[in-house]
Design a protein around this ligand. Sequence first.
Ligand code: SF4
Length: 351
Amino acid sequence: MPLVHKLLSWYNLNQRDLPWRRNPDPYKTLVSEIMLQQTRVEAVLPPYERFMQRFPSIKDLAFATQDEVLTFWQGLGYYSRARRLHQAAQIIMTEHDGLIPSDKNTLQALPGIGDYTCGAILSIAFHQPEVAMDGNLLRVGARLFLIRDPINRTKAKTAIKTGFESTVPVERPGDFNQALMDLGSSICLPKHPRCGECPLSDHCQAYVQGEAMLLPIKDAPKPPVPVQVQLYLVESDKTILFRQRLAGGFLQGMWELPWYETDTLQVAEEYGWISVPLESGSREKVYEMEYIFSHRHWFMTIFHYKVVEPFYTPQDENTLYRWQPLHSVDTIALPTVFKKVLELVQNSLSG
Ligand code: SF4
């Protein structure tokens, strides 16, 4: 039996029941596939349900504020994806009459639609014979086609994609991609592939050669760059000062506790950059904490200040500031690092 038939027969019996697979449409596919970039299925499920309840159509998403979109993206991280999805929705409304494009070039021109997402949308939502190369397909492909080059390099990616392109069936291209994703996450596992249960073992060159456990090969990722950060937790009357930087930079568009990387500090004054009369209050405590992002390793010094009247909000044309009551902090889009900071200092917070 050809590989495709074995794969799809296995998928018929073993496919995961996922909310975006029920009555699929292009919008569900767009949202779910962007959420699935760099994020595991299990982590996507709760935020996806909440997001679709609040933004059930491309129109609802396009007309929402960025703030609200980011708030409903909480739990997924990599917030730039949410900003780009929001921008894409707005372009789809204004330039494509609210219809997600089914043409490859038009689709790829939208913000946030890379090769993988484009292949997923075209194959799943529009039944076009495209390959959606995610991490699962890369791993399964490296083993099936015995690719010994590191899979994070273009040469290996191209070889694997070419292999799948010559295999993807015109009848069920979306199921083909999703079957490979499911196979990768349940059978062709990264460290211990369960070849004895695999429907493709007869076709798998790595298995036949006894190299399944040795592949794929990957270049070691670069370690996150260590960065010294000073962070200010400014509290007044049971509210906390947050800021949102509107233009460029790391964590752009997110609400955050004011911070700066000490290497880039330009001003001599200790806290002149924040423009808050910290001297009107008292410094409660200083904490140390580490947090690792994908590319940065923050070594934070956290200054907890309690300030008193005047209740002052700093002004800056590129930055918004707001005082948020402690009890409602979870209603704003706050990256995990700042939630951890709040947890760390919670015992010395007022109220
Ligand atoms: S036979 Fe083993 S290595 Fe090959 S695709 Fe199946 S699980 Fe993966």
